[in-house]
Design a protein around this ligand. Structure first.
Ligand code: BG6
Length: 496
């Protein structure tokens, strides 16, 4: 695999530089970029927080914490030493009013010596995006070569997302705003479009005439742990469905874009969002399932339920959602998209399953009783990046024809070195190169909230609690029933 060209030297200013996201995801991704030779000499990472660190304190902290968040086999003490020399720390209380001015002035001094590309990465609470952008503008830090990266969640509903988009849009042009959805940086997700749009085998059957339904599942074994406070204000619908699952749905359902350029792809995704059937309260009651895990067992260990993890306060937040979405375009009439995500489930997996329509006629119809099972195209995002196509073949051996299903199986990463970039590493390098293809545009985010808000409103209106499921199970029975009502079942490993 040829290495991509290296972006020129730049300054990456990370607001929230001592926070969880920076330590667990961003700095490891930058370290991996260093390892891949993708950080130009002179590139600096300027962490911004209230912590009162100097550069040395910050480097010591990062050197101590970073190694545990690196993929196996990538740690090298010498490389870490090279990497941490790029790190600096500036203390700014971004929400501190006039008292915070000295910190902003320090940041201005730290950035002053360059007019190179400047990336402001906002790994802070979304409520701070407005004040941070206002501070950047007030101190004249937004140069022609400046970009801003926004982490999700972009708001908690349409109104709050618009407010954030307006505040950020008041100081940055839309083409300088990079809204991250790290699922778009995953290897299989990028492969989805290539797979579909470059193979006649798939593109010619990518429609309701040939596809019975689509399932998109992101199943996590982890609970909410230390994030219970954030999570309880969010829930699975807003934390996962509004962004990651909806983006995957868009990539599967979109019309072929006019080109591979960023705006054509984002226009095609937006068209899907605008074509999603809107929910009303009754429709939510029938086709959206919310669940919450209770105590159970995973890998032989007992684990607490969500309410125990949360501590003693009441909550009706969901840790699981399954729903049936419909894309009202001629391509998808009568082909539902089932989305499902949850925490503390029985497996760690993310996959898109395209189930083709079963053949109802054919020579071998009588052989297996019910006829050959439908073909399925299974694109796995996690734990590994693969694509499998299930096909019906003859069981080997004599004694007549008996049918069975086997997968044609391809590893999307190959066994090649260098290993493919991880999602954050790839997305950060796209920011440095100024390529917004894998980032969400303002109108996409708002259209996704427009679709999600009625679900949240219906739940609030209906009251009641989520369906319970035991930790370590595959979710609430109501999710199984959602598909059973349509005569379908969720895909489960091993392949069936
Ligand atoms: C994040 C959510 O966006 O994605 C988390 O906030 C979730 O709750 C995570 O655990 C899942 O990401 P991944 O890449 O580990 O599947």
């Amino acid at each position: 695999m040829p290495a991509p060209s290296r972006p020129p030297a730049c300054d990456i200013a990370v607001f929230g530089g001592t926070g969880d996201l920076a330590i667990r995801k961003l700095l490891p991704a930058l370290y991996l970029s260093e390892r891949a030779g993708q950080l130009a000499s002179g590139t600096r990472v300027i962490a911004i927080s209230r912590a009162g660190f100097d550069d040395v304190d910050y480097r010591v902290k990062v050197a101590g914490e970073l190694p545990r968040f690196l993929p196996a086999g990538t740690f090298s003490p010498a490389l870490l030493d090279t990497f941490v020399r790029r790190l600096h720390h500036v203390s700014v209380d971004v929400d501190g009013g006039p008292g915070s001015e000295p910190g902003w002035l320090d940041l201005a001094v730290a950035l002053a010596r360059s007019n190179r590309t400047r990336v402001f990465y906002l790994a802070a609470a979304p409520a701070l995006y407005g004040p941070i952008c206002a501070g950047l503008a007030r101190h004249d830090l937004i140069t022609d070569a400046a970009r801003v990266v926004l982490e999700k969640p972009i708001g908690h509903d349409l109104a709050s997302a618009r407010k954030i988009n307006d505040e950020v849009g008041a100081v940055f042009r839309e083409d300088r705003i990079f809204r991250i959805d790290h699922y778009l940086g995953k290897e299989s997700v990028q492969n989805l479009l290539v797979l579909r749009l470059t193979n006649a085998l798939f593109e010619s059957v990518w429609h309701c005439g040939a596809i019975d339904h689509v399932q998109i599942t992101v199943s996590e074994t982890l609970g909410v742990g230390g994030r219970a406070d954030y999570y309880d204000r969010s829930g699975a619908l807003r934390d996962m469905v509004q962004n990651h699952l909806v983006q995957l749905l868009c990539l599967v359902a979109m019309e072929p874009p006019e080109g591979a350029d960023p705006e054509s792809i984002r226009d095609a995704k937006l068209a899907v969002l605008q074509a999603l059937r809107r929910f009303d309260a009754e429709h939510v009651r029938q086709t959206v399932v919310r669940g919450r895990y209770t105590a159970g067992a995973l890998d032989g260990d007992s684990v607490p339920g969500y309410l125990e993890e949360l501590g003693a306060h009441p909550s009706d937040t969901e840790t699981f959602v399954a729903l049936k979405a419909e894309v009202l375009t001629p391509r998808w009439v009568g082909t539902p998209f089932y989305l499902r995500t949850g925490k503390r489930l029985d497996r760690h997996a993310a996959e898109i399953v395209i189930e083709f329509r079963a053949l109802t006629t054919g020579v071998f119809r009588g052989v297996s009783g019910t006829g050959p099972p439908p073909n399925r195209l299974i694109v796995t995002l996690q734990p590994d990046a693969r694509v499998r196509l299930t096909v019906t073949t003859k069981e080997p051996g004599p004694g007549g024809v008996r049918l069975h299903t086997i997968p044609l199986d391809a590893d999307l990463t190959g066994a090649s070195e260098p290993r493919p970039a991880d999602a954050y590493e790839r997305l950060l390098s796209d920011v440095l190169r100024g390529d917004p293809t894998l980032f969400m545009r303002c109108d996409e985010v708002e259209a996704a909230w427009t679709w999600i808000d009625p679900i949240q409103d219906a739940w609030r209106g209906a009251g009641g609690s989520p369906h319970e499921y035991s930790a370590g199970s595959n979710g609430p029975a109501a999710a199984t029933a959602l598909l059973a009502r349509d005569g379908r079942t969720w895909h489960q490993e091993p392949l069936s």
